[in-house]
Each structure stands twice: as structure tokens, then as C-alpha cells.
Design a protein around this ligand. Sequence first.
Ligand SMILES: Nc1ncnc2c1ncn2[C@@H]1O[C@H](COP(=O)(O)OP(=O)(O)OP(=O)(O)O)[C@@H](O)[C@H]1O
Length: 247
Amino acid sequence: MTEPAVLVENIRKRYKDTVAVDDVSFRVDPGEVLGVLGVNGAGKSTTIELVAGLRAPDSGSVRVLGLDPRKDRKAVRQLLGVQLQEAQLHDALTVSELVDMYRSFYSDPRSADEVIEMVELGGKRDTRFESLSGGQQQRLSIALALVGRPRVVILDELTTGLDPRARRRIWAAIEALTEESVILVSHAMDEVQRLCDRVVLLDAGRIVAEGTPADVVSQAGAANLEEAFVAITGHDLDADEDEEDVA
Ligand SMILES: Nc1ncnc2c1ncn2[C@@H]1O[C@H](COP(=O)(O)OP(=O)(O)OP(=O)(O)O)[C@@H](O)[C@H]1O
């Protein structure tokens, strides 16, 4: 069997009274795109922060290309590209300066032109981050996740807030990543249907369904992924888990 790109086994993470991730296991094979779905508060961000080594699990284990992202931090950083929601970037730096700074972190980075063109920011090279629109900032954060030619890419809310044309461009860029393994957190079922080979559906920190999008739809006896999501979790797509008890 090929070595998984990402192997997550029985991870748990608790914040005070909240069990955010509760015995979650999954694998991502080389070249595969895994979607991580769930309503707000289901545990998606915590899960990917554990995969990226930004947090330590209370128990369980995470391996990225066989390495422990907390213990083998330096090696994993060269192999992993992470785009998080609301990336904190230096506001006063321009697009070109940020790309150059990120390129300097990696041994074999993509060229600045390639990454800037991937997200169509060629006309914004000399614009400061703070002066970009929200969608442009988001496109830049995706570009920065791909600068180091990562073998594993984590993308959180890939195209939230982007217009339809920008979404299609970003999807095409992700589809062009045929060698890379991708974990994609998304609320957008059209995006998941188009990009993901498999999905895991989280609810209150636990995996409640997994498989190909078609498997999940048929397990739920639903007509499409959105209906399957609602049938399995009992939540609407834009619901908030913390509000579920409010009758
Ligand atoms: N730093 C923290 N301290 C305390 N509780 C937290 C913290 N981060 C997350 N939580 C709680 O853990 C649970 C899971 O949160 P998480 O952010 O992982 O969910 P999510 O599925 O990514 O949600 P969203 O879609 O809103 O980003 C929620 O109940 C949240 O309130």
C-alpha cells in the first residue's frame, strides 16, 4: 500500500469544556483531494490546525508524509502549504514583497511570476496587502500557500467571498495540482462536488459520514450533497453548531 500523504489516527482536542475534535481518523492518499465539511463549530479548523502542527492533539497521532508535524517541524514546513481563514499578513508589504518573503522560506520555490499569475494578481504586484480587496487578499493567501511547491496543501474556505469568475479560476488552479495532496475545508457544496475525491463530514467533533461525494449522497438517500449534509447532520449548511439547542 502506498504511504499516505496524511494519516490522522484517533485525534482528540478539548478546549476547557468543549471537545472540539473527538476521536477523528482519516487518511489522504498522494494526489487526492479530501474535503472536510461541517457547520460552524463542528471542529474543522481545529482538525486542520492539528494536521498542520499548529496545535498539539491531547491524544492520537498525525503524520504528514510519515513525519510528525510537531516534532519534525522544519521538515514538514518544506512539504506543507497552508492557507488559513483570515491569514495574518504584513499589511504594509506589497504583493511582490510578500511573495518574495515567502519564496525565501523554501528551498525550491515557484517563481514569483508563476504564483502571481496562478491567482491573477499580475496587475497588483506593487499594491500593499492592506489596499487589496478581500477577494484579492484571499487569492494572495492561496498563492502564498503554493509558493513552496508543497506536496500537501491545506486550504480553509478556499473561495468564500470570491466572485464566480474568481472561484472558477481558483478551482482550475487547484485542479492543476495533480501531484499534490489537498485537504480542503469548505461550506460550498458546488466546490466540494467539483474538487474533492473524498469527503469527511464532521459534526460536534466526530466524523459522521465519509466517502466519495457520491457515496455520501447515496448513504443519506439524498438527491445531492447539500441534501445529504442536512439529512446526516440535521443542520442547514449555514447553521452554527453552538446554537443547535436554541429551540
Ligand atoms: N481557542 C479556542 N478556545 C476555546 N474554544 C475553541 C477554540 N477554538 C475553537 N473552539 C471551540 O471548538 C469547537 C470547534 O471549533 P472549530 O473552530 O474547530 O470549528 P469549525 O468547524 O472550524 O468552525 P468554523 O466553520 O466556524 O470555522 C467550537 O465549539 C469552538 O467554539
